[in-house]
Design a protein around this ligand. Structure first.
Ligand code: ADP
Ligand code: MG
Length: 557
């Protein structure tokens, strides 16, 4: 008996699912035959939750009932409004996980028992915990959380049969940038350093184009409707992709019978993105500095994530290291492949060699001392598992208690870091000298922190495991969240394509004018009628021809 475990790349923009089967990694397609499922959640007209490509279509037509990019709020208290309810990022992510698992199950014809999910290396404890909750809400067990660069390195290692190597994994996604130095030797994958910016991604390059569009048309975001801005973003995204192959592109957007345009050259695009590229450079420098690398060759680079496909990014990285950086594999699928590979290792299937994963602690853990100062105990980028101790004294003579507060973060002031928990320890009352105590932090591979305090004079030991009680939910609360999933209707896969086409027709309609609108409406009606009458055998052809028609209209926009 083999457990069915799938690997999931739960991205800010797109998510993927894969398995390890018959001795190899297989990514699993959704109902559209595509590997990338947009991480977008929407409420449809019947108040049911829809996820993926259909939901993405509705971003333009129903911006108030659609949410995307919510991974940015993972692990925070921030709530996002959808219809007449608010959701936290982990709840929205649970819908995405459920959707991927459903698609995987219908493709495999088998029940998925466990999942492995990747997270940006820079995710802190709260964000990792939120990801685990998302799995729980979705009704699947998250077997393991893996850092995205570890997954990419695993995939890379399995594809090339090269000798031991060190890699600079540049993961540039839709909303986050992570750069990690990863070393591979024997069966060990070791992350040597990580640096990141979880507020920088492909969407920012799109937004930079949108901004230029607004400025040159004397518009501002405040003065235009959300619908208009959504339309601008759709066209800006197209322009961005076009600039990969063209030196100059033209962007056209219609709003209320008026046409707006922008001519954009690659050179100008490069200029507009200078601030973004400067941030990319500073993250790269930090990753290399932390790894104590003074030289890297282009062969060491592994480009991962959709934004790595941007010519601008490749050109800029080449300029940074003074050598041509090239794409070899499919950047936006590397992490998912790594997750699937790990799923294979975990399921102990076939010939996958057992790889040891050595990880690092991506943030500093410490305690507070007098005056709200932060005193680090485990430093950022320490290899895991790790155990470190520091020695402290009571602040005052005659003190009978010491409160050991535990924080994670990189700020000088303790209170500005993330508070993880605390431990009250009695100390012998001593009016002569300050009592000494040793605090030991032990952090394991699963992100569980054990705090141990030893009093010098008595050698008494106090222990505390940090479980993040503030964000731990009761059984009941978890049941409640799972019940929420029943509102998410799993669309039969064949009707999903149909619904997508109707949503797309709506979006294209909103961008057209006059006679072409009437035409599209008539065509859509006819399509709906034909689908009702058609046999299963004819449906795919009908879908295809209507899809071609929409594509044709869209190209003319
Ligand atoms: P995430 O990891 O955030 O889910 P992805 O790795 O899927 O995201 O990357 C999505 C981003 O990649 C989007 O911003 C998209 O515009 C960008 N992208 C996808 N394909 C290309 C391409 N060919 N050229 C440039 N950017 C691309
Ligand atoms: Mg990604």
């Amino acid at each position: 008996y083999k457990k069915m475990i799938v690997g999931i790349d739960l991205g800010t923009t797109n998510s993927l699912v894969g398995v390890y089967q018959d001795g190899q990694v297989k990514l699993l397609p959704n109902a559209f035959g595509e590997y990338l499922t947009p991480s977008v959640v929407a409420l449809d007209d019947n108040d049911e939750i829809i996820v993926g490509k259909i939901a993405k279509e509705r971003l333009v037509t129903h911006p108030d009932r659609t949410l995307s990019q919510f991974k940015r709020f993972m692990g925070t208290k921030h709530e996002l409004v959808l219809g007449n309810r608010t959701y936290k990022a982990e709840e929205l992510s649970s819908f995405v996980i459920r959707k991927l698992v459903d698609d995987a199950e219908s493709f495999l014809g088998e029940k998925v028992e466990e999942v492995i999910v990747s997270v940006p290396a820079y995710f802190n404890d709260a964000q990792r915990y939120a990801t685990k909750l998302a799995g729980q809400f979705a009704g699947v067990k998250i077997e393991r959380i893996i850092n995205e660069p570890s997954a990419a390195a695993l995939a890379k290692k399995s594809m090339s049969n090269q000798e031991d190597q060190s890699f600079v994994v540049v993961d540039f996604g839709g909303g986050t940038l992570d750069i990690s130095v990863v070393e591979l030797f024997d069966n060990v994958v070791e992350i040597v350093s990580i640096a990141g910016d979880n507020r920088l991604g492909g969407e920012d390059f799109t937004a930079a184009i949108a901004e230029e569009f607004l400025t040159s048309n004397h518009l501002s975001r405040k003065s235009i409707s959300r619908e208009f801005y959504s339309k601008i973003l759709v066209q800006a995204e197209k322009a961005k992709l076009n600039l990969n192959i063209n030196e100059e592109v033209q962007m056209l957007v219609m709003d209320q019978e008026k046409e707006y345009s922008l001519d954009l050259t690659y050179q100008r695009f490069y200029e507009l993105c200078q601030p973004l590229l400067a941030r990319l450079k500073s993250v790269l420098d930090r990753a290399l500095r932390d790894a104590r690398y003074s030289y890297v060759s282009s062969e060491n680079f592994v480009l991962v994530g959709g934004t790595s496909k941007l010519r601008l990014v490749q050109d800029f990285l080449s300029y940074c290291i003074d050598q041509a950086v090239q794409l070899t594999d499919d950047p936006d699928k590397m992490i998912a492949k790594g997750c699937a590979l790990l799923a294979g290792i975990k399921g102990r299937q076939g010939e996958v060699r057992d790889l040891l994963l050595s990880d690092i602690c991506p943030f500093t853990l410490g305690t507070s001392v007098v005056g709200d100062r932060f005193s680090p105990i485990i430093e950022r980028n320490s290899p895991l598992p790790t155990s470190k101790k520091e020695h402290y004294y009571t602040a005052e003579l005659g003190q009978s208690q010491v409160r050991v507060e535990v924080y994670q973060g990189e700020m000088m002031k303790a209170s500005q870091n993330l508070f993880l928990g605390e431990l009250e320890v009695p100390v012998p009352v001593n009016h002569e000298v300050n009592e000494g105590l040793t605090i030991r932090f032990t952090y394991d591979l699963n992100g569980i922190l054990d705090v141990e305090v030893t009093i010098d004079s008595t050698q008494e030991v106090f222990n505390h495991v940090i479980l993040q009680e503030s964000i731990t939910l009761t059984e009941e609360e978890i049941k409640e969240k799972q019940a929420e999933l029943t509102r998410y209707k799993i669309n039969a896969q064949e009707t999903e394509v149909y619904r997508f086409l109707i949503e797309k027709a709506n979006r294209v309609y909103s961008m057209l004018l006059g006679r072409r609108r009437d035409e599209l409406m008539a065509e859509t009606r006819r399509f709906e009628e034909e689908v009702k009458q058609a046999s299963m055998y004819h449906l795919p052809k009908l879908y295809q021809s209507f899809s071609n028609y929409l594509e044709f209209l869209e190209r003319g926009l």
